[in-house]
Design a protein around this ligand. Sequence first.
Ligand SMILES: Nc1ncnc2c1ncn2[C@@H]1O[C@H](COP(=O)(O)OP(=O)(O)OP(=O)(O)O)[C@@H](O)[C@H]1O
Length: 260
Amino acid sequence: MTLELCDIVWSAGFRKIIKNVSLRVKPGEFLGLIGPNGSGKTSLMSVLAGIRPPDQGRAMLAGQDMKKHGRRKLARQIGFVEQQADTTDRLTAREAVALGRTPYLSMLSPWSERDDAIVERALGDVDMTHLADRFWHTLSGGEKQRVHIARALAQEPKFLLLDEPTNHLDIRHQLGLLELVRELPVTVVAALHDLNHAAMYCDRIAMMRDGELVGIGSPADILTSENLRDVFGVDATIEHGPNGECTVRYHTGMKKDRAA
Ligand SMILES: Nc1ncnc2c1ncn2[C@@H]1O[C@H](COP(=O)(O)OP(=O)(O)OP(=O)(O)O)[C@@H](O)[C@H]1O
């Protein structure tokens, strides 16, 4: 199954936020989306998730315009974990994860033991089994984030879209989460701020600046000193390992250099 954007424009009011972006997500890949604050990552993810219909261009799932897929069908194929999503409902963690099964339930297909098993597995995947009966409002920011991801996993999507999924997580859970999603039999698109995490886990990286897609390719192709200076305004050296892996080493004293 494919997910593809063709020459997408999305505007808020009169301002173009996403500017003529074309992108084909390859089946099975882990695609990272990087870019400075306000460069359009969240907006692009929302278009990819089918939440924001583009003003121009086409967002396609399985070769068909997303507008033609119903919400329920989209929800079975695409799990989207938004930034800072919250709920005021009085739910336990387990009940919040169970919401992920909604697109599969109907009068003819009521809740079953299989749904229970999927919910328990999703809770286990994000290391939240021991907190499954806790109420949502009592969870920490990181625990809530893990519940959101479990809810998306319970959707059993083909595409998992994660908007800054490691926000709020401690380093063990950041690495654990990225390792988990890389191992899952799903296609992942994740907006990431940590460029070394993008280098470690992504098959490809797409880089945005001011609403435009300015590059897409392997971590080594995208994470260059020139790109980091031009797009992020930081000075860094990229170290390359023997197997093509790369590590970003940021230079300190940037403020002083700029002032000079
Ligand atoms: N509904 C909206 N109305 C007006 N402006 C918007 C709207 N949504 C996004 N924007 C603007 O569009 C630009 C891109 O926002 P977006 O949230 O997509 O960026 P981002 O790359 O995800 O940023 P960050 O890294 O800070 O999360 C920003 O300047 C933002 O203020």
